[in-house]
Structure formats: C-alpha cells, structure tokens
Design a binder for this molecule. Structure first.
Ligand SMILES: C[S@@+](CC[C@H](N)C(=O)[O-])C[C@H]1O[C@@H](n2cnc3c(N)ncnc32)[C@H](O)[C@@H]1O
Length: 257
C-alpha cells in the first residue's frame, strides 16, 4: 500500500460516520436522479462511504459496484447493503482494480473531492468509464459555508514538510477545468443547497468531532490549536453565536467520458 492510500485510510477509518452520511444523503438522491441509470447500466459508486448512492441505485433495480479506500467504511457499507445487488471493493480511487471501460455511469457523493490530487483520480475515472459514459458527482461550493469551513481548517493545518502549499481542494472540483483537462466533455455544473440546522455553533462542532472523520483527523493535526479551529468553524456557520440555520451550497457536476 502506498503512503497516500495509507494516509487516506488513517483519516477515514475513524469515527461514527452514519449521522454525517444522513446529513449528506440528499446529494446521493440528486445524483441518482440526475444520472438516472437504466437497469442495464454498469454503475460505480466512488468513495462510497456507507453506500448512500449505491443503495438508492440498487433499490431502483440496477446493480452497483461500490469503491472506498477505508476498510471501516466498506465493512459498514457492505452490512447496510447486504440485501441489495451491491458489490464492494476496498481500493484507492488512484488505482481501482477494474478493467478499462468497466462502467457506463460513475457517481460520487462528496467523495471524489477528497482524493488528494484531482488529475490522477479523474484520469482513473475516465479509464473506468466507457467512451461516452457518464460521470456525476457532488462538490462543496468553495464560496459557501462548507467551502469556507475547509479554508479555515487548512489555516490550522501544519505546513507540509516539502514546502508545498497547505491543501484545500476548493474550486478544482467545481469549475470543470480539471475535467476538461482529463479529457471529459459536456461538463455541466449546477448549484444546489442542503439545509444544516443546529441549536448552536457548539452543537455543530460537537457533531463534526464525533461523526466527521476529516474533522477528527484535523483536530489531531491542529494539536493545541484545535479549540481555536473549532471556534473559527463555529463563526463561519453562526457569526453571531446563535443557532445554526444555513443552506450549505454545493454543486452537481456532470460530464461525459
Ligand atoms: C465525506 S465521505 C462521503 C461518503 C459517501 N459518498 C456518502 O455520500 O456518504 C468521503 C469518502 O471518501 C472516501 N475516500 C477518501 N479518499 C479516498 C480515496 N483516495 N479513494 C477511495 N475513497 C476515498 C472516504 O473513505 C469516505 O468514505
């Protein structure tokens, strides 16, 4: 296993992810409705987590192959979809052990965007899709609350040892440029929102600290600055310190291989 895969597992193997999956689930429905695979289509759910997309598509009668790097996510997803035609693969999206042209439709709900580098992941997705096949994924709007939270979290991360800039995926997933660079065509980007409601900023950050593997890993990485990081996250969602009542903006991106 390479160092990048190992690092991804170290992040995503932690925490009780189910409640966050529930919060993100509307995006999975939007993807299934947008791509609307037929029963004959070969469908992938990439960075599948507990398999929210796979479950919806499989319940509609289309078999799905779900791929995720985290053994913990795969075990939970496999258990959740045990009665459905879902095949699980534990793999890094940088190198998925499937043949070229193995799929007609590839879907990813807030998953593909967590791969460390966009270009190799998109090249791999294009390899997996037959020419003309459909990719559809959800990504956070960098200008929206979740995008701004990501930028705040990056400020609290230690600088990479090689002097590279701190990583924040930002707009690379939302402009379509990386897709066109990878050879995809017919790119569309459609704005949507998800409602996030919490009684207070502290309730929101407590939720992330228990259910979001990325926040749990960031808490460790931020070290003694972790409390400041969560306070700054709270201010993104509720600048006045009151209840959190936001529409978290994201985009649905579609493209043809
Ligand atoms: C925010 S979760 C989204 C999960 C799921 N799609 C959903 O709708 O709940 C991000 C997922 O990306 C997976 N992931 C992150 N990096 C990955 C990689 N390089 N290869 C495969 N999966 C990856 C994580 O293990 C995690 O399950």
């Amino acid at each position: 296993m390479g160092a990048v895969t190992h690092a991804a597992r170290a992040v995503w193997d932690r925490g009780d992810y189910g409640p966050l999956a529930d919060l993100l689930a509307p995006g999975a429905t939007v993807l299934a409705d947008t791509a609307a695979p037929t029963r004959a289509d070969r469908v992938l759910d990439l960075a599948a987590g507990h398999g929210a997309v796979a479950e919806i598509v499989a319940r509609r009668g289309t078999p799905v192959t779900a791929v995720d790097v985290s053994p913990v996510m795969v075990a939970a997803g496999r258990a959740r979809t045990a009665d459905l035609p879902v095949t699980w693969l534990e793999a890094d999206l940088a190198a998925v052990p499937l043949d070229d042209d193995a799929a007609d439709v590839a879907l990813s709900n807030f998953g593909l965007i967590f791969t460390v580098e966009a270009a190799p992941a998109l090249a791999e997705v294009r390899r997996l899709l037959r020419p003309g096949g459909t990719l559809a994924y959800t990504a956070w709007d960098p200008e929206g609350v979740v995008g701004r939270m990501g930028a705040v979290m990056a400020e609290f991360m230690p600088a990479p040892p090689d002097g590279a800039p701190k990583r924040f995926h930002g707009s690379v997933w939302t402009t379509g440029e990386a897709l066109r660079d990878a050879g995809f065509t017919d790119v569309t980007v459609t704005g949507r929102t998800l409602p996030w409601r919490f009684d207070s900023p502290a309730d929101l950050t407590t939720f992330f600290r228990h259910h979001s593997p990325a926040h749990m890993a960031s808490e460790v990485a931020a070290g003694e600055r972790a409390a400041d990081m969560f306070a700054a996250i709270g201010r993104v969602f509720a600048p006045d310190g009151g209840a959190v009542d936001v529409e978290a903006s994201y985009v649905v991106v579609t493209a043809r291989a």
